[in-house]
Design a protein around this ligand. Structure first.
Ligand SMILES: [Zn+2]
Length: 593
């Protein structure tokens, strides 16, 4: 009640009005309470996995105004049914909190096939056939670029050679790019000015592989794509087309149960696009953003950029649909490409075209610079994360977090390590002690174990994605896909179907590989669900409103056709989503429920 109405006046008329007003207030309050008890929607006769602190399973859940009103027994929750409540009989189906993917690249992925469809490629023959086809379509002299077909996932487990690329496209510069590394044909090398005398001289990290006998470049470049003057002749999407494509991708995310995602390297233009969707109410997933911060160039400029991000209203205002949580940069190369920064040498390798027995991969950011970047992020209240695949990179980042933690409250900013594929017992312990979080992608284990065991041997992979150890030590680790290309949850690179990832985390089984990769690191079913719900909520700063189905939290939830707590291991991946609700709204529905 407004305070001015309360000032008592001698005038009787006014007094009568005041009493009348009091009564009206009372009635209004009473009616509001009545309504508050009445749900908009009740899902009942199901198996509601709440992911609360006791991991309790309930029969029904009631929703009002986009929030969870109550989860409990059918008899209790159905008491919240009113005249306008929609009832959904789950017929015993399972409900999970909306799933979260803590590592995606949606804007790029939604446009991968904008110019032309790109087929699945499983062998060098597939790659060469595709490039030959492009050579027939693209004007001679124009660039042909094939991105992110990872050599670890090709049957032959190697790069296409310079000679093979020359044979299928002699008149086009060709770049087969995979992560920071690439294989080029002769014309591409020539146009890039890369010959036997070429040296990386811009102060950045990188390496041009050369033939041991002739001294000529083999065509393999490590972290040197910045010297390659690619000009694309592909059709560019208009702003409207970009928006539509992104909307379609987000709808596809909903169809596999995703209700929150994190863009783990968002450019300014990507953030503008998210803002546009947000202002038009067109977001169907909630978006957390790790804004891209490059590590090259003047340190002061990098610091300015980080501070500016820290002051951005998208960070400070904590919007529930779109929020900048921190920054992302790249500390090393990749394990799919032969440049992850390891503590021990990679070893001479035909797969990765490595000839130097002492080669340990490529580290992108020297210690001093890394320390300044992390410190500035912490001082700006931003989560720092860096792509860190090799154990050398993981330890380097942990060392900086450890050192800065002595003077600063690093823990409060939820410092993160992205990928963190190769670890060690000490890395797990240090992360637990410092409150360092991680975003890890089990589908890489699924797709790459065959090649990684061949390269490193089984024992060196003891702490590869050590999920059970991390859970046991209390490290908050969230699941993700690193989806970067194409739409389609299983055909995309990387596949973003969360059920495939969850199955992999439970079985440690991989494609084209017999047996299991260190099954002692397998998650339980409960942990597997936490990994894609509550843990990601913590990684993404939204555990107060998401990640579990508890009163007051957002009604972001999914109905499944499979009981993923009880089904056979190999049935988890084929789980289908029957309904996806975000903010209490039904955004995806399979005909079967
Ligand atoms: Zn990524």
């Amino acid at each position: 009640m407004p305070i001015h109405e309360c000032s008592l006046q001698a005038n009787g008329n006014r007094m009568r009005r005041f009493v009348h007003h009091l009564f009206a207030c009372f009635v209004a309050t009473f009616v509001t309470h009545l309504n508050a008890a009445e749900a908009d929607l009740i899902l009942h006769h199901g198996k509601i996995v709440t992911v609360d602190s006791r991991f309790s399973i309930q029969q029904a859940v009631a929703i009002r105004d986009g929030r969870i009103l109550q989860a409990g027994k059918d008899s209790a929750v159905l008491k919240l049914k009113g005249a306008r409540t929609e009832l959904v009989d789950l017929k015993g189906r399972m409900v999970l909190p909306g799933l979260m993917d803590s590592h995606t690249h949606p804007t790029g992925a939604s446009l991968t096939e904008f110019d032309h469809p790109i087929p699945d490629m499983e062998s060098i023959r597939d790659v060469l056939d595709y490039l030959a086809g492009r050579a027939r379509t693209v004007k001679p002299g124009d660039w042909i670029v094939l991105q992110q077909v990872f050599i670890t996932r090709l049957r032959e487990q190697r790069y296409p050679t310079r000679a093979e690329l020359d044979a299928v496209a002699p008149e086009h510069p060709v770049m087969f790019r995979t992560g920071p590394d690439a294989s080029l044909n002769s014309l591409a090398l020539k146009l890039s000015g890369i010959d036997r005398d070429f040296k990386v001289s811009d102060g950045g990290a990188g390496l041009v592989e050369k033939d041991a006998k002739t001294g000529e470049p083999t065509g393999i470049l490590r972290n040197c794509s910045r010297f390659v003057p690619v000009k694309t002749s592909a059709r560019a999407a208009t702003d409207e087309e970009k928006r539509q494509r992104l909307i379609e991708l987000f709808r596809d995310y909903n169809s596999v149960g995703l209700t929150t995602i994190c863009d783990r390297d968002a450019s300014e233009s990507a953030i503008e696009l998210y803002k546009e969707l947000r202002s038009r109410n067109e977001l169907t997933v909630r978006v957390a953003v790790s804004q891209d911060v490059p590590s090259l160039g003047e340190v002061e400029k990098i610091q300015d950029r980080i501070r500016k991000i820290g002051a951005d209203p998208l960070h400070t205002e904590k919007d529930d649909w779109l929020r900048i949580i921190g920054i992302k940069t790249f500390l090393d190369g990749g394990m799919l490409t032969g440049s992850a920064y390891m503590r021990q040498p990679w070893g001479v390798s035909d797969i990765y075209a490595i000839t130097d027995p002492n080669y340990r991969g490529v580290r992108f950011i020297p210690e001093d610079r890394l320390r300044i970047m992390v410190r500035t992020a912490v001082e700006s209240g931003l989560q720092f994360t860096a792509h860190s695949v090799g154990d050398g990179a993981v330890h380097a980042l942990l060392d900086v977090y450890d050192e800065l933690s002595r003077a600063l409250n690093v823990r409060a900013t939820r410092p993160c390590i992205t990928h963190a594929n190769f670890q060690s017992r000490e890395a797990v312990q240090t992360a637990a002690r410092l409150g360092v979080m991680m975003d890890i992608q089990p589908v890489w284990l699924y797709l790459d174990t065959r090649t990684l065991t061949k390269q490193f041997g089984y024992e060196r992979l003891r702490y590869f994605q050590p999920l059970r150890s991390l859970f046991k030590a209390g490290v908050v680790v969230g699941g993700g896909s690193d989806h970067m290309q194409k739409v389609g949850s299983l055909r995309a690179i990387n596949p973003y179907n969360p059920f495939l990832a969850m199955q992999t985390a439970v079985t440690r089984k991989a494609r084209w590989y017999d047996g299991k990769l260190h099954p002692e690191e397998a998650l339980s079913r409960e942990q597997m669900i936490q990994f894609y719900t509550m843990n990601n909520a913590r990684v993404l700063f939204c555990e107060g409103t998401r990640g579990s189905l508890e009163p007051g939290k957002f009604a972001d939830l999914v109905v499944l056709d499979t009981d993923v707590l009880k089904c056979a291991d190999e049935k988890i991946a084929s789980t289908r989503v029957l309904r996806t609700y975000v903010d209490g709204k039904l955004l995806f529905r399979d005909g079967n429920l």
